[in-house]
Ligand binder design. Structure first.
Ligand SMILES: [Zn+2]
Ligand SMILES: [Zn+2]
Length: 317
């Protein structure tokens, strides 16, 4: 089969012909219909996430089809042990031995993929393959971040990419106000945020017009952490949604004081997936996607890095 393969961190993915994977017990063989592009792929390719399987087929927002025509989503969480203290307490996202798709296990930048059936989700009807793909990481992780914000009414989103463009729709459906923060001068992203229902959009360094109840940081820039803490009201939370961030600069304790909370969100649980994929058609979430043929996944990744599209990039074999 055709696949885009990472041979060593720091190198571009290479188009290769490799053997199609064979499913083991409990695994399904899926024909890849679409695979979303995620910033985590860049962190893997750049070597910021260490010790990937090599050679590796990245890609972890997979819409696949079984031989009997079922559409299933394959997310980042590919396997957990089921036995450790995290797995047995509803926190399988933190499993000691978790294995991740497109990192420890081959992913979806290929024509076929195998996945443990217990970690696949049915794709809701009404979402075409390409528009469903970004739900599987951008949507799921965004949803988990939103859960960590509790009932925050005024919600800040730092970085208005794939995750934020989904989350603003969910937040609006829940009667929250969204304040979107983008890179300085990114008028396109700010206009996109307003179009999708953000109450306010502006540059990350600008204070919001009102103190926020919570903020989620999707951009991989640690410098945003003190800014977001300054933007939230006493008791407010700042949630870091990315798997990797540049270092966080030091900041005075007064900016954390008054019970502000700073936390990260790691991975997902199957419960997050089930809840979010039930919610997405109710909102209804409409994803904005730019599709690329499988062979051009490097171009999609470069466009993601440079912020050259609004919404999400999706690769279609
Ligand atoms: Zn475990
Ligand atoms: Zn992802």
């Amino acid at each position: 089969m055709k696949a885009m393969v990472l041979r060593a961190p720091g190198a571009a993915l290479a188009l290769d012909t490799i053997d199609a994977p064979e499913p083991l017990d409990g695994q399904l063989l899926l024909r890849v219909r679409a695979c979303g592009v995620c910033r985590t792929d860049l962190h893997v390719i750049d070597g910021e996430l260490e010790h990937p399987k090599l050679p590796l087929v990245p890609g972890h927002q997979i819409v696949g089809e079984t031989d009997d025509g079922r559409r299933l989503g394959v997310p980042w969480l590919g396997w957990t042990c089921g036995e450790c203290r995290f797995c047995t307490s509803g926190r399988e996202n933190l499993c000691d031995r978790a294995r991740f798709i497109g990192y420890d296990l081959d992913g979806g930048y290929a024509e076929w993929v195998v996945a443990d059936e217990r970690f696949c989700f049915p794709i809701p009807d009404g979402f075409p393959d390409d528009q469903a793909a970004p739900l599987l990481c951008a949507g799921l992780i965004g949803y988990r971040c939103l859960r960590m914000c509790g009932d925050a009414r005024r919600l800040g989103l730092y970085g208005f990419g794939a995750a934020a463009h989904i989350l603003v729709q969910v937040a609006r459906a829940q009667d929250r106000e969204v304040y979107a923060f983008t890179r300085d001068g990114d008028d396109v992203a700010q206009a996109f945020a307003r179009e999708l229902g953000a109450t306010w959009a502006g540059p990350s360094r600008a204070p919001p017009p009102q103190p926020l109840d919570a903020a989620i940081i999707f951009a991989p820039d640690g410098g945003l952490v003190p800014l977001a803490l300054r933007a939230v009201a006493p008791g407010g939370s700042v949630v870091c949604g990315g798997i990797h961030m540049s270092d966080i600069p030091s900041f005075p304790y007064t900016e954390l004081w008054e019970e502000r909370v700073l936390r990260s969100v790691a991975n997902l649980t199957r419960r997050d997936g089930e809840e979010f994929l039930r919610l997405a058609p109710e909102v209804p979430v409409e994803t904005r996607v730019r599709t690329y043929p499988l062979e051009l996944v490097n171009e999609a990744l470069a466009d993601l890095r440079a912020g050259r599209f609004s919404g999400a990039a999706v690769v279609v074999p």
